[in-house]
Write a protein that binds this ligand. Structure first.
Ligand SMILES: Nc1ncnc2c1ncn2[C@@H]1O[C@H](COP(=O)(O)OP(=O)(O)OP(=O)(O)O)[C@@H](O)[C@H]1O
Length: 655
């Protein structure tokens, strides 16, 4: 008797002892004994002749759908395995994690034989349904198991040896079992190894499939993101050939994908130069493009991001393109290059002011250059913004104070510069305010202070409607409405030879003169009424009005700084006020100088007499009698009367 034969016999004997007498022989492997115990506890019938738990066709159909990928992947490996064991009496089958048979392969006669015990698609081969068997026990143990002849709990399987291995999914979850069964004498000691190897192959394939799914998903997301961003995106490989180009890039560069893919980028955009060289020289990652494509101008900014492979070697680049117009829009939004005022913001009923407003609103309907004349703080910028907002120009409003920019920088600020123009400049070059104002309005404040060489350049820009950047040669067309302003006596400056007459005529298409505040005193209460509440709110105060005495002083003051000065003084007074109304006591001394002091510089040093006069006026305004005033000033009543005569101060006792 061969040793296999005696082993088989001893398994049969042990089974008999266990089933009939509940005895446990020493030959029984622990894994089998554990299974037998389970089957006994579950009252599995050791003499049942077939598996009876079978899914209905509908249930099985649903399951197959759910397990489609698993079945597809396992199918090819089961076929491969079957090729090796064809004709040797093996049946190979796949179950899900509950032991439901999903797929079978085997010689026809074998399949027929096993069908009699319900080894078929939809049948359940769990321990509960079929007693100890390689599939059922493998499910319980989550490891590869071989069950030989008499080790099976049901006698019907005692001539069979089955070998099964669990299969785990891509996330390590248990998803099913692969099994090979044959008559005991046909089973080789390597059978279990073959099953385990095939199960591992199925697992690997599932992992690869899942990874590929994820890559595909990521690619899909990336592709749709790239397609939907508002920037142009181009990917070039290490050879400088375009491998990906989104539709926005096609729009900006005015080319289509079929023409671009696989082409060298340098052939399509020669002015971009050699990207690899640019990256290696570190000569800047941003470049401005300006060229003709299909007869149309392409004006764009390009940002270049180098890519490297696993060996850290150059592997092409990603280019991000933005239409220059869009970049300007963004910059203008960030820097607040927008006009916030309109004609309703201009407060006043004075006739001269109304005339100025009327003329300005007519000018808004044209594209003509406007020259605003008026003292500092009269509202020239306010007018300029109102004109811009009332016009059809949708672009930005860019204000430039020509006297505030250093002489050496004003040209590049206005007209921009090309790369490498001067030390300290951005090496990629930069557009000037004229370019940034394209489609909108440029407000050139204090134009009277513009240096004469720049006046010549400005004249040319206004004539040609194009700018040339500092250090550049290429004219850039611009569509900008110019509003200039000055508080200087411009005609006097022309006479003195410091302002070009021809530029004056260019600017002076529509001249609007804005009256000084002292020329429209009747508007002062109106302005105060509007300004005080808004400043109060800003400062978190409750002051909303001005006392009649203070109003009286405001209307008499000569306001050299005009509405701006009025705003400043009101703000200061609101801050100083302890009560709900601006009182005379919280006004700064300068407003007490009255109307006799004509327009003059507030920073001028005063004479002692002027200070004396101002102090007396202030004290008189605050106190309610001559006696009180004299007391607070520390002088006698007669001295006070004398000084009032001297300074021509008239005082009404009962204010
Ligand atoms: N008529 C007005 N109604 C309401 N606010 C006004 C009026 N005029 C001027 N202002 C306000 O006064 C301040 C100064 O105005 P703006 O800057 O327009 O003066 P400007 O003439 O351009 O001054 P500068 O010549 O010094 O630049 C602003 O806060 C503005 O809102």
């Amino acid at each position: 008797m061969s040793s296999e034969k005696s082993q088989l016999d001893s398994f049969l004997m042990a089974w008999e002892h266990f089933i009939n007498q509940g005895k446990v022989d020493k030959y029984i492997r622990p894994v089998i004994l554990k299974s037998w115990q389970r089957c006994k506890d579950l009252h599995v019938d050791p003499f049942s002749t077939k598996v009876t738990l079978i899914l209905t066709p509908v249930e099985f159909g649903k399951l197959k759908k759910k397990k489609k990928r698993f079945i597809q992947v396992a199918h090819q490996y089961i076929n491969l395995l079957y090729e090796y064991v064809k004709g040797s009496g093996f049946v190979i089958f796949l179950t899900d994690e509950n032991g439901v048979v999903l797929l079978l392969a085997g010689d026809k006669d074998q399949l027929d034989t096993y069908r009699q015990i319900n080894l078929k698609e939809g049948a359940i081969w769990s321990e509960e349904a079929a007693g100890t068997n390689a599939v059922g026990t493998s499910i319980k143990e989550r490891k590869a198991v071989q069950v030989v002849g008499g080790e099976h709990f049901c006698a019907i399987h005692h001539e069979t040896t089955c070998s099964a291995s669990p299969i785990f999914g891509a996330r390590g979850e248990f998803i099913g079992v692969l099994n090979m069964s044959a008559r005991c004498e046909n089973v080789h000691s390597h059978t279990l190894g073959m099953v385990v190897a095939s199960a591992k192959a199925i697992e690997n394939e599932l992992k690869i499939k899942k990874a590929m799914d994820e890559i595909k998903q990521t690619n899909d997301i990336m592709r749709s993101t790239i397609e939907n961003v508002t920037d142009g995106i181009i990917r070039v490989n290490a050879q400088g050939e375009i491998t990906q180009i989104n539709s926005q890039s096609q729009k900006i560069l005015k080319i289509n994908e079929e023409l671009a893919l696989g082409k060298k980028l340098i052939k399509i955009v020669p002015s971009l130069g050699n990207i690899e060289k640019m990256i290696q020289d570190n000569s800047g990652c941003m470049k401005e493009l300006s060229f003709e494509s299909k007869g149309e101008r392409v004006e764009a900014n390009v940002w270049i991001q180098a890519l490297s492979n696993e060996e850290k070697l150059y592997d092409g680049a990603v280019l991000i393109l933005q239409e220059r117009e869009k970049v300007f829009q963004l910059v203008n939004n960030i820097t607040g290059a927008q006009a916030s005022f309109n004609f309703d913001s201009i407060i006043g009923k004075n006739e001269k002011l109304m005339e100025a407003k009327d003329l300005a609103s007519k000018a808004a309907l044209t594209n003509s250059t406007v020259l605003l004349l008026g003292e500092s703080g009269t509202g020239k910028e306010l007018f300029a913004q109102a004109i811009h907002n009332a016009s059809k120009r949708k672009g930005p409003f860019i204000a430039v104070n020509c006297s505030a920019i250093p002489r050496s920088l004003i040209e590049s600020e206005l007209f921009g510069y090309e790369s490498g123009s001067f030390t300290g400049a951005d090496r990629n070059g930069r557009p000037g305010k004229f370019e940034r104002a394209n489609g909108g309005t440029i407000f050139l404040d204090e134009i009277g202070d513009m240096p004469s060489d720049l006046q010549a350049i400005l004249l040319r820009v206004l004539q040609e409607r194009e700018v040339v950047r500092v250090g550049g040669y290429k004219p850039i067309p611009i569509d900008v409405r110019v509003i200039a302003a000055t508080n200087r006596d411009i005609l006097g400056r022309i006479k003195d030879g410091v302002f070009r007459e021809d530029l004056y005529f260019r600017l002076n298409v529509i001249k609007i003169e804005i009256p000084a505040l002292r020329e429209r005193r009747s508007d002062i209460p109106l302005l105060i009424e509007k300004i005080v509440p808004s400043i109060s709110k800003k400062l978190n105060k409750r002051i909303t009005s001005v006392s009649p005495e203070a109003m009286n002083i405001f209307t008499k003051y000569h306001w050299p700084g005009n509405v701006r000065e009025l705003e400043n003084i009101l703000e200061r007074s609101i801050l100083m006020s302890q009560v709900d109304q601006i009182q005379v006591s919280s006004l700064p001394w300068c407003v007490f100088t009255g109307d006799n002091q004509k327009h003059e510089d507030m920073t001028k040093v005063s004479t002692l007499n002027e200070v004396e006069e101002a102090t007396i006026r202030k004290a008189l305004a605050q106190k309610s009698s001559i006696l009180e005033t004299a007391n607070v000033l520390g002088i006698s009543r007669s001295t006070l009367y004398r000084k009032m005569r001297e300074y021509n101060i008239i005082y009404q006792e009962d204010k």
